[in-house]
Design a protein around this ligand. Sequence first.
Ligand code: LRH
Ligand code: MN
Ligand code: MN
Length: 388
Amino acid sequence: MATTSEIKQQLRAQRIETPSWAYGNSGTRFKVFAQPGVPRTVREKIDDAAQVHAFTGVAPSVALHIPWDRVDDYAALAEYAEDAGVRLGAINANVFQDDDYKLGSVTNPDPRVRRKALDHLLECVDIMDATGSRDLKLWFADGTNYPGQDDIRDRQDRLAEALAAVYERLGEGQRMLLEYKLFEPAFYTTDVPDWGTAYAHCLQLGERAQVCVDTGHHAPGTNIEFIVAVLLRAGKLGAFDFNSRFYADDDLMVGAADPFQLFRIMVEVVRGGGLDPAAGVAFMLDQCHNVEPKIPGQIRSVCNVQEATAKALLVDRDALTAAQRSGDVIGANDVLMDAYKTDVRPLLGELRAEMGLDPDPMAAYLRSGYQERIAADRVGGAQAGWGA
Ligand code: LRH
Ligand code: MN
Ligand code: MN
């Protein structure tokens, strides 16, 4: 069994990326509730992400979404982030918010629209060159609403063609992360609906194409930890978009709806070697804080991922393997549940103190006065993007 200092070492090394869009106003199709102090610019989103890192110590990068975070000079933005104490992380492409994309982006039957979508994806790689980002995250809203609307197989061919062109353009050390989603906005077919489809495309593309598992993108009851185990075994798990859900793609704080599921996922990550930075699994948040304050929402989410990771690291592997091999069903389950039932908050508090941080990041942030400052200084905050 790992010692406490080995466990702390792994927790200290874990990196959790926060999304720029979590800091802006967001909502549902029914209403966006504006919050005081939300960022008016990309730089202010970066400032807020830097706060999350300052108090948690494990969130040193922030993902961008283009064009929500479009600026003139991305190299200057990367410098700004560095000065603020964070890095620019994954570049998320957006080929879902133009009128042109009504019938799809890279799978659209119209070659002009396909070209436009591909150009945007290629532009995102240019941006990565300027920001020094490693990952291009691709999620396609593409699909159909009615049987017969378009040819399912042709759309797969168009998708493969676009992915190949982007893959070809990737530079040294850059990767492509292909994210799947069961449904929404398309309600009949989705062109990348599941991990199998994403995996098949990534396999064909090559080593630098990896699957992104967004925890909110499955049918209810799907065993996500099984998917994680299979992808890690195949060397194809590139990233997580963490969030939690009660119904569909709710984008709630990770670990809020089902902390046990998050633990089970992290158990498979640990088992498959996915915590080792060399495995290249990016732990990212993809959430919107519609009713709760944004920076505290991100701090809570980072802490929830850390808690689940700590519990997963506490699993007594030797005892578990022994119980599994001897067919001790209840014993094996006990080993797992022992770890899950352990209160890891004191361990994480100690770790943070050793890192020179306040043991309680949320309380420390709330005491810091930052929230009051931004509420007073920032007037007329921006939408996160969904409502933009
Ligand atoms: C799609 C998604 C994808 C987008 C993000 C804003 O539902 O999960 O990752 O880029 O939301
Ligand atoms: Mn996502
Ligand atoms: Mn989503």
